[in-house]
Each structure stands twice: as structure tokens, then as C-alpha cells.
Design a protein around this ligand. Sequence first.
Ligand SMILES: Nc1nc2c(ncn2[C@@H]2O[C@H](COP(=O)(O)OP(=O)(O)OP(=O)(O)O)[C@@H](O)[C@H]2O)c(=O)[nH]1
Ligand SMILES: [Mg+2]
Length: 645
Amino acid sequence: MAENNQKINIVLAGQGNAGKSAVFNYLTGLHQHIGNWAGKTIEKREGTLFYKDHTVDVLDLPGIYSLTTYSEEEQISREYIINQQPDFVINIIDSTNLERNLIFTLQLLELGSPLILALNMVDLAKKKGVEVNVGKFQEKLGVPVISTVASRGLGMTRLMDKVIELNGVGKNNHMVPEYGKEIEGCIAELSGLLRNSEYRYPVRWIAIKLLEKDQEITKLIEKSQPEIIDRSVQLTEYLEDIHGHDSSIVIADERIHLVAHIIRETVKFTPRAILSFNEKLDSLTTHKFTGYLLMTVILGGMFLSVFVLGNWISDWLDGVFSSWHSWWESAVGTTFASLLGWSAIESVLALIQIALPYILPFYIILYILEDWGYISRISFLMDNLMHKMGIHGKGCISFVIGFGCNVPGCLSCRIMESKRERFITAVLVTLVPCSAVSVIIFGLVGKYVGLLWAFGLYVFAMVVIFIAGRLSTKVVGGEPVELIMPMPDYKTPHMRTILVQTWDALKEFIYIAAPIVIVSGVVIQAINLAGWMPAISSVLSPITVNWLGLPAITGILLIFGILRKELILVMLAAFLGTANFGEVLTAQQMLTLSVVSMFYIPCVATISVLWNEYGWKRAMAVCVLEILFAIILGGIVSRLLNFVF
Ligand SMILES: Nc1nc2c(ncn2[C@@H]2O[C@H](COP(=O)(O)OP(=O)(O)OP(=O)(O)O)[C@@H](O)[C@H]2O)c(=O)[nH]1
Ligand SMILES: [Mg+2]
């Protein structure tokens, strides 16, 4: 066991997308989600590393992606830093974006945190012609600076060596950001008034926050020393009179100047006459004509490759598994127990044969697009359309993530600025066809009705989401918050990151889906063998058979589908003993079943996220509305299809 004095706590903090989770993953061997857009890390996550006789607890914080003083994420970081008093705060900085990143560094310096800077992404900075003089930089800020390339683990050993070298040495003599004369005068006066009080925060920092009109700090001081607030109000008015702006803007401006000054003294820019490949790509992919064209090609290509690859793997597996049933029967016989046993096996085989082949390529391609930086471009291109739905363009990021799985899709809505937009976006995300629904669309409609019909279903889902967005904005009211969205540079996708993340997604799929599938398969078979199936099916048949025109068995499948939507198809195959759905469903039924599966209810995992984030009343309201909507829509679609087939 490590001794107490060998335990070190470090916190990784920094702007969104700076590479905190990449550092965290490298140090701890854990797998926090990584991607090239700001706002991936939702909850703080802890991990431990053993290094040179030290136990180092590492904490990955959500990124800061707004420069306003009131951003929730900045509060999470500062609360954590002040309350937990970590031994070191490692400020991860994106070197390609120093202006933006250093503003947060100044705030950390003001907070008096024991700071070490990791100048990350120096590989990309170099390509952009940005070269930081690390020695000068270190001197200027008065804190140790290590250059790193977190995605490849470069500089991580030096970072940890620095932590260990400085452990117990005491605070370093860091720079105190200095503002203009008037502001310093105000800070000095407030600091004087605060001098004898006992707050957890440094006095100078509180003074600055009061001048910035930070709501939380103002409330805190108002409770015990309201006279200080009276004075700070006078001082902010005085600053606003001189500068003609809100005092928080005056201070933000000064920070920007300070950062510009630091950069001027420590960074060498070598302008390049020729645009890099990524820069050219950036203008092409965000152009008002080529941008949309490329988006259609990229997303179309994505779905096409998932379909082609998925079909190919699925057919190949079909051949592999085809003789297993007869083996089983000849080996174990056809007793009640053996039939149930086969149901369990059959369910898993169906899962592997029907779901996995589509989910695997889907995630690989999604993670490539994510790590490359394309997802932010999609939301940039879709910004106008998203505004028409009453939400900010970055909501589109949640939609794209939702294509993988609605759970992280709904969680990522936290990047939305207002509660109103958060909720609307989350509800709309539940309508996005996730990879489980895609299994149904590809494996059923794509394979047996035609690829164009499958594409049509995606377009149909988009139209439904758009209309639902417009309606919910009308119901909830309000306007989207105007906010500039950070657009990360393109990065060469990192293959290891992509494979590790795909494996994580698959692992979760296997660990969670497999047990559910086995239990559901056995239960359905037991119900069937007991002869109860007709009774249960007939309860639901007014909806399934009469209204939707589906076989009666789909009723029970739709109920089990709430657990996981791919179950609808997997259980159907297991129950029928064939994955050749063409024999048992008509094209019209396949399309109707897909439409209903797409919208009829979020799966339990998504419901629990909605419940957690927005309360049970809203979660239940969403479920009930979606069930009604899907049933009504399914019946209409089924009738309309009468004219086609
Ligand atoms: N080229 C290069 N890419 C990097 C480096 N560090 C991280 N990345 C990539 O940068 C992107 C962002 O990395 P993350 O670790 O997810 O960033 P984060 O700070 O945790 O982001 P949030 O959780 O959203 O705040 C990912 O695509 C990484 O693969 C680096 O040093 N060089
Ligand atoms: Mg992160």
C-alpha cells in the first residue's frame, strides 16, 4: 500500500475540446469519451494511476465552453477546485487556440490554484505555424509548462514527473493577472473591505468576481456583508461610466488584452502562404453550396456503407449459424427444457447476426466523423434549419450523437444554453433513429423492401423531427439563445481512439443487450409453449392487427422492444426461427413496423435519462405522447401504403 504522503490529487481543467479526456485516458487507462467537438465530457470522472511510488487520483472535469462568467461549467470547475483543494490543477490548453484557452488560465491563476500547464496539441499548432517559446511562457506565467500531444501520449511522463517533483514543495510563485489602473483601484478597495472576512475563495478573486457581477459570489457576500455589495455596485457603476460598457465586459476585455500581450511575447507565428489541406477542407465543407453537397455525399456514403457492410456480414453469419439448430436438436432432443435452451441460444445468435453487423460499422464511421471534427460542420450547416425549429445549431450535435444511441444524445443536450432548449432538443433526440432502430430499418426495410425505402424512412424521421421541433417551440415558447459555436479544426482521426471507443460501445451493447435478449427470448418462448401467446396477442390485436395491419405477435415484441428496440427484430427472428423476414412479413408491414418502432417510445435507458434530467412527469408525458403519436402515424402510413403496394 502506498503511504499517505504519497497520495496526490490532480484535476484536469480547461476549455472544451482541449484534450482533457485524452490526457485522462492516457494517464488512467480508462475510457472517457473523446471526440472533436466541445462538450463531450458531461460528468466529472475519477481514475487512479500509480507512478513512481505515488498514488495519483486524477479527475477529468467537463470542459468550459463559454466565456461568460455565469457558465455552469466554469462554476463546476471552480467549486470543485475550491472545495476539494486538489494538490494540482493541470490546465490543459489547446495550443492552436491560445487566445481562447488562456483566458480560462488567467481565471485559474486568479483563483490561486496550484497550477501546471499542459500545452497540448503542439503537433497541430506546429502545422499551423504556431510555435510557443515554452521557457518564456513559463517565466511569464510563473507556473511550470509542459508541451504535450495527448492523443499520442507524448509529454505525459514529463507531466507526471513534474507533479511528483513539485508535490509538497508548496505553491509556486505564479503571475497575478494585473488589470488597468481604475480596475486595480476598485479591486484594491474591495479587497481591503474583504480582508478580515473568512471565505473559502481568495480575497482578490472575490473582489474581481464582484466587479464582474458574478451572481453566485454576489449572493454569498450579500448574506454576511451586504455593505460590501453596496460599495461594489457603486464601483461597477463607476467603471461602467468610464468605459461605457457593462463592467463584466470591461474586465473580459482586459483579460483579452492581457492574453494578447502574453501571446505577443511568447509565441512565434510563421504565416504560411499556402492553405493546408485541412483549411481547404474547412472552407469546402462549410461552403453554402459544396458544404451541403459534401454533407449529402458523406452522410449518404455513411448509410450506404453501413448497409452494404452490414448485409454482407449478416449474410455470412447466416451461413455460419444455419446448421446449429439441427445440431442442437440431435444433441439435446426436443424436450421443454431443450426448446427453452435453444430459444436462449437462438436469441443471442439473432442478436449477433441481425444487430451487430450494422451496429459495428455504424459506430466506427460515426466515431471517425466525430474525431475528425465533421460533426461540428454538420451543425454549422444545419444552423439555419435548427433555428427554424427554435433551437441553436449546436443541438444538431446531439442529433448526430443520437443516431448512435439516444442516451448520450440526450445527455449531450447539456451543451445547450437554456433549459428550454435543452428539453426541446432532448425530446427531439428521442425521435432520432438510433443504431438499434437502424438495425430494423436496414435489416428489414433495406434488405427486403429496398434501399431507397430505407433512406426514405430516415428522411421521413427528419421531417417528423422538424415538425415536432416547430410545434414544441410554439408550445414551450421563447427564442433560441444566440451564441457563437466553437468550430474545432479538422484533425486526422486517431485510429486507436476510434477502435477503443467502438469497442466500448460494443461492449456495452453486448453486456447489456445479450442478457436482456436471452431472458426475453426464453420468456417469450415459455409464454408460447404454455399456450398463452394467442391470449396476450389478442389483447393488443385491435391496435396491432386491426389498426396497424401487423401480425399479432408484434404486440408482444413491441412491449419487449421498450427494453431495447433491436429486440423487436431479434425476437421476431428468434421466435420464428428464421431471419428471412421476407417469408413472414409483407413490404407494407415491414415499413409500418419500422415507422412504429422508430417513434413509439424511447427505450428504457433513454427514459431513465429523461427522468433524471427533467423529472418523471416530463419523462412520462414524452412516453405517452410518443406512443399515441406512433400508433396513429403507423395506422395512417399502413393505409397510405395500400396505394403503393
Ligand atoms: N492532434 C492532436 N489531437 C489531439 C491531442 N489531444 C487531443 N486530441 C484530439 O482532440 C479532440 C478533443 O479531445 P478530448 O480529450 O475529447 O477533449 P476534452 O478537453 O476532454 O473535451 P470536452 O470533454 O468536450 O471538454 C479529440 O479528437 C482528440 O483525439 C493532441 O495533442 N494532438
Ligand atoms: Mg472530455
